[in-house]
Design a protein. Structure first.
Length: 308
């Protein structure tokens, strides 16, 4: 029990930035918090906190230790929750997800999650890169594409991810409409930056999953790592873009964008891509992860547009 109290006191001091704030959070005297943290540092044999009259910050060793302690406390909380048969997801849920997709689809899903499970506290990290789940203490990440098998991660398919080639009517009126994938080589193609990958768009005849894939080298005057920026440029007549159906379907239906090359599946990489939840194996049984994935799956099944 003393060891657990030490870990809890240390984690709250680190998260609140002070002994007094931690004491208020824990409902004990500040001197008790100091005593617990001092005992912990003696036991592990290293200083975990830099202390001054104004601030308390983590040392390098403390920062590494803090991440491990958070995981331990969360696992204890999950175990107690399961053992009590309460069956209510609770505690901190850390999610990493792409920016534009999250603003459109994840936001509403999280509102539903909070209404259903008010004991959950969600920490959402939005970025279009690939986060290190272990290093960043992420419970679950949302990934778009074709996941690379990893022995330290579990992958769960959520939904299809379709992309189309599109541009504004004004652009095609001025520069012509590509009738075949090879025609794109003569157009201003707006490119999503994938971190140094060659800029190719790949095409496969629609309805022929075993058909040959044609790769087209594309060039353009805009390269950016955010799909909403590409959409805005496309709407403004900047050029032609390869964009997700879930992002531009309303624009296509409203006539603001035109889909071209409708007889082809298109993608910048492998053709069999999707939306996935990725999480460490030790999170698979966590009620909070299961609850989040279930709510997101249901939300996507109701709202995610698909090509007819």
């Amino acid at each position: 029990m003393d060891r657990f109290s030490e870990l809890k006191a240390f984690s709250v001091v680190a998260s609140t930035g002070g002994f007094s704030a931690a004491a208020r959070n824990l409902g004990i005297a500040p001197s008790s918090v100091v005593r617990l943290v001092d005992a912990l540092e003696r036991r592990v044999g290293v200083r975990l906190l830099n202390r001054s009259t104004r601030t308390v910050t983590l040392t390098d060793s403390g920062r590494f230790y803090y991440d491990s302690v958070l995981l331990i406390l969360e696992q204890i909380e999950e175990a107690e929750n399961f053992a009590s048969q309460e069956g209510v997801p609770q505690g901190r849920l850390t999610i990493s997800a792409p920016v534009t997709f999250s603003t459109i689809y994840l936001g509403p899903a999280l509102c539903e999650l909070q209404q259903t499970y008010p004991k959950l506290k969600v920490h959402l990290d939005l970025n279009d890169g690939i986060s290190d789940l272990a290093e960043d203490s992420v419970d679950v990440a949302i990934r778009i594409g074709k996941p690379v098998p990893h022995p330290g991660l579990t992958t769960r398919w959520l939904a299809r991810h379709e992309r189309i080639i599109c541009g504004s009517p004004d652009y095609f009126d001025e520069f012509g409409t590509p009738l075949a994938p090879a025609d794109l080589a003569r157009h201003d193609c707006l490119i999503f930056s994938y971190g140094g990958q060659a800029h190719q768009w790949r095409f496969r005849p629609l309805g022929n999953p075993d058909g040959s894939v044609q790769a087209v080298d594309v060039r353009g005057s805009l390269t950016v790592n955010n799909s909403e920026m590409l959409r805005q440029a496309c709407l403004g007549g900047y050029g032609v873009a390869l964009l997700p159906v879930w992002l531009v379907m309303e624009d296509v239906l409203a006539g603001r964008l035109m889909r071209i090359l409708p007889d082809y599946e298109a993608n910048p990489g492998p053709m069999d891509v999707g939306l996935y939840a990725v999480y460490p194996p030790n999170r698979e049984a966590a009620l909070k992860v299961q609850a989040f994935i279930a709510v997101l799956e249901q939300h996507l099944s109701r709202t995610l547009p698909v090509l007819s």
